[in-house]
Design a protein around this ligand. Structure first.
Ligand code: Z15
Length: 825
């Protein structure tokens, strides 16, 4: 796949003088300003415009080559793409970073300043959205024909501010001053129908024809974001749909009468792509959300079909050879009945032929086992918005029930269990079941997660469709998550093992033999120290907290969720604080606990945990008795660009979810890649990280999945731990006082309540002692400077498996069956 493995840095396509001229040209001709008047924002835009010339040239060549070769392509359907910033990435991938930086320097501009001008493209919540972004980076790098399809949200994930310790949400307006990367494609506008009713007609020889008379029609306007592969050869696109009112007026519906009033209750066209739902792993079940999903799926399918027909006309026989669609979770699952509708009602294919095509086109990735995240839609809601799709879902289910009956004759309990329809007070459509039934492959995102998908989420489906359920362990792009975000470490690695590692991450293995080399340890830890200085500066600017760069930088960055157990980390911090107050000589290496986390706006306990972290931080950071042994820094507005600053500076990576709950995790991979040592549970991809680095280079603690289940089965009672362990009791009782919230006793009590009265659903108390002891072991290990350096180096050296290139290779071989396409110049 990688014919040029020996080739090193991407060779610059233009030199410094030419780049400088391009920047000036765009300053003048695109921005209408000049070198004297331009501020950083204008310089940023002019630089983007200069590199965009190269990007678009690559895009044109790529599209031409894909067209001429009539390539099979993967279509990655995702409601979220968490792209972050693109300038530094695009410069890196064209090998033009140093060229641009030099050109700008001659113009009196510091590249690091202008990179900071770029707003993050935050069209995602967390892991799932960032995974999609890493995957399209790898797809382009590996020269694979691919397109990402999603929603052009006007507002991405909210901006988080912290006021008096509490999270407040502000709108994210990432496009307010224009986005230099995106290209509007009015020539590819699609129309999407909603609401209305279905008419049954009879065609020739009694064939039943269904005609959907929609109640409204909206326009989908595509915006293309070029996705530049490493070394800049393939430039794929991310196509995002924006909704607009259609001028089309549906007379049918108007004449049918009675619809004018009902129409008022319907979602208006412009609203559809207005805002990203900020819930990570909780389904709100809102009508607008279902419409968002259908909107982008319908636009994308029509776009795919238009492209297919251009090459193959009305011959559907090759559709499944040319098109594979990956469903990123069940969010795009409505694509399955939508494709059936198009094939059966529009193309007038027979049901079996249409179903044969569908089940060769779709593949589905499951990202969670948490019941609150598994999507279910009220049948009545689907009926209102997509009346024809509900009929199709019933038909799919009817035929599926016959299959179930063949396998388990007469077993009605089995039918009820596997049915797409959940019966009850309110009939619900289970999107997970629909996805498994309508796809040819289903994968989990880490070995352990995929095992649990088979053994506890979909065991009967595994029996019914042997081999359909599989694993593809997640990965991260080393271009963004090492080369671009950690230039100092990257250069050190280049010097030591050469420059091939960004596209062949297994090469990092070559560092392992230097792990015990004193000189290399010093160099490696010097880079870490410099990165800690940069983060310390960030903490000072943002929070006015002084931190000691010789302290252990202990980093927990991820969405705020009970299962991720930020409150377990908090309880340990409080316990350490208490130990210091009780014994001023309490022996510990100074530690800075750094947090970044957004809570879903409606998730009360998550917001309470953020508040508690900030209140405990205030107290500890300003208590002279602590003698700077502990600092706590909650950095507001955690996002991709902040992660890029935090990750290179981390000594310790916190991955402490309740075993069985974190499907994979990807922050765990990013931190280890940058030389952080993990303290974590045997959960998600932590298990595979431990396998790679070895037990001596990771701190594993806590209950295993089996132990969690056993404890649950035997009746877990958190009060046992509360009464048995005086430190747990003292720390929980502390939350009830006004010690951390002067004058406001009880302001932090909800955390104690959830852990005691609410049964501690994520077993924080059961794991507390093991966690706290593991932290003591971390402390001891850090004091042995050489031992720690060796561990850090081994972590970087052993992360080869977790490049998203490997994940994509797994998908290509096991699911997509794609071949790379060389781009002709
Ligand atoms: C999300 O970010 C993840 C799963 C979901 O079901 C939703 Cl709705 C959002 C995360 C998992 O929690 C995380 O463990 C995994 O690494 C990530 O998806 C990518 O697979």
């Amino acid at each position: 796949m990688n014919a040029k493995a020996t080739k090193t840095q991407p060779s610059p396509v233009i030199d410094k003088a030419a780049f400088k001229a391009a920047v000036i040209k765009h300053l003048h001709c695109t921005l209408g300003t000049d070198e004297n008047k331009a501020n950083n924002h204008a310089w940023w835009k002019a630089t983007c415009a200069a590199i965009q010339e190269q990007v678009l040239e690559g895009l044109r060549k790529t599209q031409k080559s894909h067209y001429l070769n009539d390539t099979r392509a993967v279509h990655y359907f995702s409601a979220e793409f968490l792209m972050g910033r693109l300038l530094s990435n695009n410069l890196q991938n064209f090998g033009l970073f140093d060229v641009a930086s030099g050109a700008l320097k001659e113009l009196g501009v510091e590249i690091s300043d202008i990179l900071e001008e770029e707003p993050d493209m935050a069209l995602g919540n967390g892991g799932l959205g960032r995974l999609a972004a890493c995957f399209i980076d790898s797809l382009a790098t590996m020269e694979l024909p691919a397109i990402g399809y999603g929603i052009h949200y006007e507002h991405g994930l909210f901006r988080q501010e912290i006021k008096s310790g509490a999270q407040i949400e502000r709108p994210d307006s990432w496009r307010d001053y224009g986005n230099p990367w995106e290209i509007c494609r009015p020539e590819s506008i699609q129309e999407v129908s909603l609401y209305g009713y279905v008419e049954t007609k009879y065609g020739d020889n009694g064939r039943v024809l269904k005609e959907w008379h929609p109640g409204s029609i909206v326009k989908g306007v595509p915006w293309d974001i070029p996705v530049v592969g490493y070394e800049g050869k393939t430039v794929n696109v991310l196509r995002l749909w924006q909704s607009e009112a259609s001028d089309y007026f549906n007379w049918d519906v108007f004449n049918a009468g009675g619809y004018v009033d009902a129409q008022r209750e319907n979602v208006s066209a412009e609203t559809i792509s207005k805002v990203l739902y900020p819930n990570d792993e909780t389904e709100a079940g809102k009508e607008l959300r279902l419409i968002q999903q259908y909107f982008f799926c319908s636009c994308s399918l029509k776009d795919i079909i238009r492209r297919y027909k251009r090459a193959h006309g009305d011959d559907w026989s090759r559709f499944a050879d040319q098109v594979v669609i990956q469903l990123n979770d069940t969010h795009p699952a409505i694509s399955i009945p939508e494709l059936m509708r198009i094939l059966v009602d529009r193309a007038e294919l027979g049901w079996d032929e249409a179903w044969g095509i569908c089940t060769k086109v779709f593949a589905y990735t499951n990202h969670t086992l948490l019941p609150e995240a598994l999507e279910k839609w009220p049948a009545r809601m689907i009926e209102k918005i997509l009346p024809r799709h509900l009929e199709i879902i019933y038909e799919i289910n009817h035929r599926f029930m016959a299959e179930v009956d063949k396998k388990w004759p007469g077993d009605n309990a089995m039918k009820a269990k596997l049915s797409i329809i959940e019966e009850g007070n309110e009939k619900m459509v289970r999107m997970g079941h629909l996805s498994v039934i309508g796809s040819f492959a289903v994968n989990g995102v880490a070995e352990m997660h995929s095992r649990l998908v088979k053994s506890s989420l979909f065991p009967e489906f595994d029996e019914l469709y042997p081999g359909k359920l599989t694993n593809v362990t997640n990965g991260i792009t080393p271009r963004r998550w090492l080369k671009a975000c950690n230039p100092a470490l990257s250069k050190l690695i280049d010097k030591k093992i050469g420059e091939d590692w960004p596209r062949d991450l297994d090469k990092l293995q070559g560092l392992a033999k230097f792990a015990s080399n004193k000189t290399f340890q010093k160099q490696f830890m010097k880079v870490k120290l410099e990165n800690k200085e940069l983060l310390a500066e960030e903490i000072r600017k943002s929070l006015d907290i002084e931190v000691d760069v010789n302290a252990i930088f202990d980093v927990q960055i991820k969405r705020l969720h009970e299962y991720k157990r930020q409150h377990l980390a908090l309880l340990n911090i409080m316990a350490l604080y208490r130990r210091i107050l009780e014994n001023p000589d309490y022996d510990m290496h100074p530690r800075v606990f750094v947090f970044g986390a957004k809570a879903a706006p409606g998730y009360k306990l998550a917001k309470d945990i953020i508040f508690a972290i900030n209140k405990v931080a205030d107290k500890i950071n300003n208590d002279p008795r602590v003698n700077n042994k502990i600092k706590v820094a909650f950095l507001p507005n955690y996002r991709v660009s902040l992660a890029e600053k935090m990750i290179p500076a981390a000594d310790v990576s916190e991955q402490i979810s309740t075993a069985g709950k974190e499907a994979s995790g990807t922050g765990n991979m990013k931190l280890a890649l940058n030389g952080a040592v993990t303290i974590g549970t045997l959960d998600g991809a932590n298990v595979e990280i431990a396998e790679e680095v070895g037990d001596d280079n990771i701190f594993i603690f806590g209950l295993t999945v089996e132990e969690v289940n056993e404890l649950k089965a035997n009746g877990y009672n958190p009060h046992d731990y509360y009464y048995k362990d005086p430190e747990i009791k003292a720390v929980l009782d502390w939350l009830e006082t006004d010690y951390f919230t002067p004058g406001k006793p009880g302001a932090l009590v909800s955390i104690k309540q959830s852990l005691l009265d609410n049964g501690d659903p994520y077993m924080v108390l059961a794991d507390f002692r093991a966690y706290s002891d593991a932290q003591i072991a971390v402390d001891a290990a850090y004091r042995d400077k050489e031992r720690w350096a060796e561990m850090a180096i081994i972590n970087t050296a052993k992360m080869g498996k977790f490049t998203s290139d490997r994940s994509i290779r797994d998908y290509v071989e096991r699911v997509w069956k794609l071949s790379p396409c060389k781009i002709e110049s």
